[in-house]
Design a protein around this ligand. Structure first.
Ligand code: ACO
Length: 436
């Protein structure tokens, strides 16, 4: 017998079962053969927040949480952030290898030529209230693109899938910039094909009456690095939504909108907005110990702290700090940084946070950088969604290539009523009881 097995004794029946172990994993379906009596459904596993369940096999991104390691397709994030552009990383995530010069030139050209939005998108955007949350505008507008590209529903055709991937990668910054300018009441700006991905995004955000927008190279580079850091993060909440909704064969625009909706939550990508609210609430360095005390007493959480997988440090947070220094050289130092640094210092020395392995995550510093660049906190998660779209699409595409792929459909443990008699309306009393 091979050693890569697990032997289980069911004490209800005294039966022994031997289950294969593959990649450090036991297939949950193997448990189904374990029955207490012949008609028994068989054992299930229960894991409400996927704490110990692999939902797919993936070769895109790996996180080693205990060692603070993040790699895209085998390359450490630190190396990629130092040497690559965001579109190189997009190619790497989507196609598996870094592009050579010709491949990169063609890829950049293709994405650049997909940045334009259909004119009706402008009208759609104009329908939102002046103070609509940009993330809600982004989610709705991405979903609305499904009406512009009905052929996107043909998800079984690889070339059609690739076309939609290019469109979504190209159009995401355009939608994000529209939502930004909508809040400000400024006219929307068309993309400029002479500019790089980040520069063009800055052009669509900040161009006013000048004939040609010239981006500050330090800020453009910083944005590109932030995009690289946020591009993918294996089976996080929104990637799981992307795969789950995609498994029902919804088109990629609706599927991406669903993933973006998950990202907007304050426990996920929405945390960067919450960090700034928290720093505002703290107000000054002197108030930090009092705030930390309140958190330890169970009043709220330190936003931007903690992670399901990282239990050492988040490698992205270190690059983020370096990027912040570059940005502050141009914009001036964000005074919130002092509060953030003090918060980090106190929390990292505190037994409560040490014991629970709570470290600053990617969202802790990103908001401070974005604010220094001139973004309101409401825009922060939108800035996260732009690069993460590439990660979602890589996960989505990989899902179709897996032979075991089926519609995602978990089981439940039913805790409700047993079958009970129906009561006609006139016989019902409050609380489901009968009148007589
Ligand atoms: N501040 C204070 N205490 C915390 C924090 C925090 N930020 N995060 C976790 N804890 C505590 C929990 O209360 C719990 O304590 P207990 O054991 O005494 O009950 C313990 O640490 C374990 O936390 P869980 O909530 O079980 O950890 P989980 O893996 O489910 O949650 C999460 C991870 C959602 C990121 C959590 O740490 C959190 O809410 N952080 C703040 C929000 C945030 O920054 N989210 C961004 C994550 S990165 C991203 O998605 C892009």
């Amino acid at each position: 017998m091979t050693h890569d097995t697990l032997t289980i004794t069911d004490n209800r029946t005294n039966q022994t079962y031997t289950l294969p172990i593959e990649n450090g994993t036991v297939r949950a379906l193997e448990f189904r053969q374990i029955k207490a009596y012949p008609e028994d459904f068989g054992l299930m596993t229960y894991d409400p927040a996927f704490m110990n369940t692999a939902s797919c096999q993936s070769s895109i991104t790996v996180i080693e949480g205990e060692r603070g390691i993040l790699q895209y397709r085998g390359y450490p994030i630190e190396v990629l952030a130092e040497h690559c552009t965001f579109l190189e990383i997009a190619y790497l995530l989507l196609f598996g290898d870094l592009p050579n010069e010709t491949e990169l030139k063609n890829w950049v050209s293709e994405i650049t030529h997909h940045t334009m939005l259909h004119e009706t998108t402008k009208k759609f955007m104009e329908g939102f209230r002046y103070d609509a949350h940009p993330m809600a505008m982004l989610v709705s507008t991405v979903a609305a693109l499904s009406t512009v590209y009905p052929e996107a529903g043909n998800i079984h055709d690889p070339s059609n899938r690739l076309l939609q991937i290019k469109r979504l990668t190209g159009k995401m910054p355009s939608i994000a910039a529209m939502s930004y300018r909508h809040n400000l009441g400024f006219p929307y700006v068309y993309p400029d094909n002479d500019l790089s991905y980040s520069e063009n995004f800055m052009n669509m955000l900040w161009k006013m009456v000048e004939p040609k927008y010239v981006a500050n190279p330090v800020l453009a580079h910083a944005l590109d690095i932030l995009f690289i850091l946020h591009a993918d993060h294996e089976q996080n909440c929104s990637a799981n939504v992307m795969r789950s909704v995609g498994s029902a064969h919804a088109d990629p625009y609706l599927t991406t909108a669903a993933a973006a909706a998950a990202l907007s939550g304050p426990l996920h990508g929405g945390a960067n907005e919450e960090v700034l609210k928290m720093l505002d609430e703290i107000g000054s360095r002197e108030n930090v110990p009092g705030y930390v005390k309140k958190v330890k007493e169970g009043h709220g959480k330190l936003m931007g702290f903690g992670h399901r997988i990282y239990k050492n440090h988040d490698p992205r947070a270190k690059i983020m700090k370096w990027t912040a220094d570059q940005v502050f050289e141009v914009t001036g130092r964000n005074p919130k940084l002092d509060i953030a640094l003090e918060l980090e210092r106190i929390a990292l020395e505190d037994e409560y946070f040490i014991k629970r392995k709570l470290y600053p995550n990617v969202d802790f510093y990103s908001g401070i950088i974005y604010q220094a660049m001139g973004f309101k906190p409401e825009m922060f998660t939108v800035l996260f969604a732009i690069p993460r779209t590439v990660g979602w699409l890589a996960q989505w595409q990989e899902m179709f290539l897996q032979p075991e792929q089926k519609i995602a459909r978990p089981r439940q443990i039913y805790t409700g009523h047993k079958a009970r008699p129906f009561l006609a309306l006139e016989r019902r009393a409050p609380g489901g009881t009968r009148k007589d």
